[in-house]
Design a protein. Structure first.
Ligand code: HEM
Length: 228
């Protein structure tokens, strides 16, 4: 193995090849076999006959710097100049903040009162009429549509279904029977009845566009809106 490396190393420039003394046994034995205890000894680095070792003759011993010569330590970080919030380079100010933006104050975003809570028009639902109860009713297999097949519904047909006992409404072209859902509506029956017998798309979008009506009322689908 050693002879192979030697050949490869000095193939480019045979003149530079230093004379490497190898034991005859090493040159001959080119196979990787277990040699004994010496196998655990790390190889000399740089190699005993290497150019690196020749170049780096015994130089001056590096001197250990004294405390005065060393670079001074960085200033201790001060909490007084840290802004609250997510850590980022902009949260650390070069100049201390003014009194109004003192670091110990809660960030202004959380000190704002919630937007008028009285405007939230959620109603207290009767016991047994929570979202889970509605999900269970949908799964029960009960016919919540009131019809056997999906219908083509004209605006005049829709108008006929506007009582609490029979309330239909159209949302984005789909007609739903709201009757069974009325007591489960978190916004209350009264609000929902505002769209009974007519198109509720706009009012629905204005109130809570995030609600997935297709999922919530899938079992109440009556049909699709068509013109007269
Ligand atoms: C038939 C379709 C509808 C379904 C499936 C439905 C469903 C819901 C749901 C799930 C919530 C609770 C929302 C939440 O907690 O974020 C809610 C709240 C509410 N809904 Fe509806 N809704 C419907 C139609 C309507 C319509 C047409 C109106 C208005 C006329 C309305 C008025 C409200 C109001 C005022 C709330 C309370 C809003 C709040 O929490 O601030 N809903 N509705």
């Amino acid at each position: 193995m050693a002879s192979y490396l030697k050949n490869w190393l000095y193939a480019q420039n045979p003149n530079a090849s230093p004379s490497i003394e190898t034991s005859p046994a090493e040159d001959e034995d080119d196979t990787e076999t277990v040699h004994g205890d010496d196998d655990d000894a790390p190889p000399a680095f740089p190699a005993v006959n290497s150019a690196q070792r020749a170049a780096s003759g015994p130089g001056p011993v590096p001197r250990i710097l004294t405390d005065i010569e060393l670079m001074p330590p960085p200033p201790a970080p001060s909490l007084a100049v840290r802004r609250p919030g997510i850590a980022s380079s902009s949260n650390f100010l070069a100049v201390p903040p003014t009194a109004s933006s003192s670091s110990l104050l809660v960030p202004t975003t959380t000190t704002k009162p919630p937007t008028n809570p009285s405007k939230r028009a959620k109603v207290a639902l009767a016991p047994g009429h929570g979202p889970l109860d509605w999900a269970n009713l949908k799964k029960s297999g009960q016919n919540l549509r009131g019809t056997d097949t999906l219908l083509r519904v004209t605006p005049s047909m829709l108008k006929e279904h506007r009582t609490r006992e029979d309330a239909w409404s159209a949302f984005s072209g789909k007609v739903y029977n709201l009757t069974h859902y009325l007591p489960y509506h978190p916004g209350g029956e009264k609000e929902l009845m505002r769209v009974a017998g007519r198109d509720g798309t706009k009012l629905f979008a204005l109130t809570h566009a995030w609600v997935n009506i297709d999922y919530m009322l899938d079992e109440c689908l009556v049909g699709f809106m068509v013109s007269e």
